[in-house]
Design a protein around this ligand. Structure first.
Ligand code: 5GP
Length: 188
């Protein structure tokens, strides 16, 4: 019997919106979901591990892989490149795995074009003010980076209108339940 192909869920959200925690809990509770590990040219943040959080590669390596057509999608974000490996996605979808891609909006729209039955979910912050507060509380970025991110967020909120679903993360448990409900309604 042929294996049923897996579903591709693409999740985007403004930085500082709690996406990381949300997705970590989602995958812990649902072992049938697999998170893709992207390649990036940005430097690892403290505690990040190569091959776990990202594959950290040089710009030269990244651009070579772009040229070789190795990415299903890729984008530049805040001065760094990020991309999803096509081979990994195809292999796992064909095995029947349901995949989660946590990527920014340009990449998400590229995926929707290439794989129309992929499901795009956008995680929204309760408000821009609340988001700014969270970013500053994180204390890992300088003012210029924070301003850059807030600008990006305004653009992303606009872009979320192209997504299949939006989930507001004002409460982690509530957002997690909502996200699970959406995913389960599609894969079960
Ligand atoms: P960060 O540097 O904070 O880990 O990620 C910055 C942005 O890049 C986030 O919006 C994240 O979702 C996005 N991102 C991470 N991996 C990929 C990827 O493979 N492709 C695209 N297009 N965006 C990605």
């Amino acid at each position: 019997m042929e294996t049923k192909k897996g579903k591709l869920f693409v999740i985007s959200g403004s930085s500082g919106v709690g996406k990381g925690t949300l997705l970590k809990q989602l995958v812990q509770k649902n072992p049938d979901l697999e998170i893709s590990i992207s390649a990036t040219t940005r430097n690892p943040r403290p505690g990040e591990i190569d091959g776990v959080n990202y594959f950290f590669i040089t710009e030269t390596e990244f651009l070579k892989e772009v040229k070789n057509g190795e990415f299903l999608e890729w984008a530049e974000f805040n001065g760094n490149y990020y991309g999803t490996k096509q081979a990994w996605v195809e292999r796992n979808l064909n095995k029947g795995k349901n995949l989660i891609l946590e990527i920014e909006t340009n990449g998400a729209l590229q995926i929707k074009k290439k794989i129309p039955d992929s499901v795009l979910i956008f995680i929204l912050p309760p408000s821009l003010e609340e988001l700014e507060h969270r970013l500053r509380g994180r204390n890992t970025e300088d003012e210029e980076t924070i301003q850059g991110r807030l600008h990006e967020v305004r653009r992303e909120i606009e872009c979320s209108k192209n997504y299949d679903y939006t989930v507001v993360n004002d409460d982690l448990d509530k957002a997690l339940k909502e996200l699970e409900k959406i995913i389960k309604s599609i894969i079960h």
